[in-house]
Design a protein around this ligand. Structure first.
Ligand code: ADP
Ligand code: MG
Length: 372
C-alpha cells in the first residue's frame, strides 16, 4: 500500500548568476503507508528540497508527486493532506497545551465539539492528556515535542513531514527525543518523511533510509541493510560511526580465488566478497578495501587457531580511547605512520600508545570498492 510517490523528480534552481543548480536529480521513491522514511546526506545534498516538493512548497522542474494515488504536483500545500513539523516546535507561549493543539482547527473554523474530540484523542495517543491546561514553559523538552506533534496530528494528515526537527537540541536531549519520536511513531503509525544530516538519527529512526549525495539517491533500504551492504564508497563512509576504514589495495587473482594486497597486509578474499568483480569499471590495481573498526580484533585476546595469516595485519598503536564497552584504537601502518585507521577492540585488550599489535580482520565483513 503506497502512500507517497516521488516519481522521477528533478529540481533545478537558478543561482544569482543565472546558472543552473541541480538540487535534486531523477529521484524516484515509493513510500509505504505507515512507513518512517529518512532522507539523509551531507549539507546541500538536496534533502530539504525533496521534502519541500512533497509538501508543495517547491514545484518540481520535472516529475510528479502523488499522495494517496492522486497527482498533487500542482496542488497547494493545504490541499495535500500533509503536516509539517519544524525544528523549534514553535509553540505559542501564551497558550495552554490544549489551545496550542486546537489552534490549526480553530483557524479553519472547525465546530468546537469536533475540536475537543480531536484534541482529546491526540492527547491520549501522545500521553499528554494530564498536561492540557499547562503552558509550554511548564513542560519538558520531550513534552513540548509531543504537543508540537499533537498540533500536527489533530489535522489528521495522511503524511508527516519533518525537516531536522532535533537539530537545535543539545546532544543528550537529541538522543532522548529520538527515542520519544520512535515511540510516538509506533503509536501513531502515520507515514512520516524525515530529513536529517545525522546518520545516527537516520539509523535509529528509519524503517528505511534514503542516502542522498549531490542531489542523487545513492541507496535506499533498511538501516541495517545499508550498514552491511553499502553500494558504494560514499554510503560506506557516510553510514556508521566511527566511520569505515578505507585502505588502498590491488586485487590479484590466485589459483583458487583472489587476494587483496595492501602495503602492510595481504588478505585472502572469501568468494562472496568478490562476486561482482567481473563487472567492475575500475582497474584491479586501484581498489579500496573497506573494513569497519569493529571488524578488526586484537589477536592477543582471540583464539589464535581460528585465524590464519591471510586475515591478520600488524599495526602501531597511536591513541587508545576506552569507551566502556570497548576500546577505540587509532592505528597506523607499521611502515608508514601517515596511513591511519581505527579498530574497536575488547575492553580487556591491554594496549598502550607506541606499542605494536597484531589484528585479525573479519574477512566475511570487508567491502571492496572499485574507486579510490
Ligand atoms: P540540504 O537540505 O540537503 O542541505 P537543500 O535541498 O537545501 O540541501 O539544497 C540543495 C541544493 O540546492 C544546494 O546546492 C542549495 O544551495 C540549492 N538550493 C536550495 N534552495 C535554493 C533556492 N531557492 N535557490 C537556489 N538554490 C537553491
Ligand atoms: Mg536542509
Amino acid at each position: 500500500d503506497i502512500n507517497v510517490q516521488i516519481e522521477d523528480v528533478t529540481k533545478v534552481f537558478q543561482n544569482d548568476e543565472g546558472n543552473d543548480i541541480v538540487a535534486v536529480e531523477d529521484l524516484d521513491i515509493d513510500i509505504r503507508r505507515g512507513e518512517f522514511l529518512v532522507f539523509v546526506g551531507p549539507s546541500g545534498c538536496g534533502k530539504t528540497t525533496s521534502l519541500r516538493m512533497v509538501a508543495g512548497l517547491e514545484t518540481p522542474t520535472e516529475g510528479k508527486i502523488r499522495i494517496e494515488d492522486e497527482d498533487v504536483t500542482g496542488y497547494d500545500p493545504r490541499e495535500r493532506g500533509i503536516a509539517m513539523v519544524f525544528q523549534n516546535y514553535a509553540l505559542y507561549p501564551h497558550m495552554t497545551v490544549a489551545e496550542n493543539m486546537s489552534f490549526p482547527l480553530r483557524i479553519r473554523n472547525y465546530p468546537s465539539d469536533e475540536i475537543d474530540d480531536r484534541v482529546d484523542e491526540a492527547a491520549e495517543l501522545l500521553e499528554i492528556d494530564d498536561l492540557l491546561d499547562r503552558k509550554p514553559s511548564q513542560l519538558s523538552g520531550g513534552q513540548q515535542q509531543r504537543v508540537a506533534l499533537g498540533r500536527a496530528i489533530v489535522r489528521e494528515p495522511s503524511v508527516f513531514l519533518m525537516d531536522e526537527p532535533l537539530s537545535n537540541l543539545d546532544a543528550k536531549l537529541r538522543v532522548q527525543m529520538r527515542t520519544e519520536l520512535n515511540e510516538i511513531h509506533q503509536r501513531v503509525g502515520k507515514t512520516t518523511i524525515y530529513v536529517t544530516h545525522d546518520q545516527a538519527e537516520a539509523m535509529t529512526l528509519g524503517d528505511r533510509v534514503a542516502v542522498l549525495n549531490d542531489g542523487t539517491l545513492q541507496q535506499i533500504g533498511p538501516p541495517q541493510y545499508l550498514y552491511d551492504n553499502p553500494v558504494n564508497r560514499f554510503v560506506a563512509g557516510f553510514i556508521g560511526e566511527p566511520p569505515m576504514n578505507f585502505l588502498p589495495v590491488s586485487i590479484r587473482e590466485t589459483n583458487d580465488g583472489y587476494d587483496a594486497v595492501g602495503e602492510f597486509f595481504e588478505f585472502e578474499l572469501p568468494r562472496d566478497v568478490v562476486r561482482d568483480i567481473d563487472e567492475w569499471d575500475g582497474s584491479l590495481d586501484h581498489v579500496t578495501l573497506g573494513v569497519r573498526p569493529e571488524d578488526l580484533s586484537n589477536l592477543s585476546v582471540l583464539d589464535h587457531d581460528e585465524y590464519t595469516e591471510n586475515s591478520t595485519l600488524d599495526a602501531s598503536v597511536k591513541v587508545v580511547e576506552p569507551m566502556g564497552s570497548d576500546k577505540f584504537l587509532t592505528l597506523t601502518s607499521p611502515t608508514d605512520d601517515t596511513t591511519e585507521f581505527s579498530a574497536r577492540v575488547s575492553p580487556e585488550s591491554t594496549v598502550a600508545p607506541g606499542e605494536s599489535i597484531s589484528l585479525a580482520a573479519n574477512l566475511e565483513k570487508i567491502h571492496l570498492f572499485d574507486e579510490r
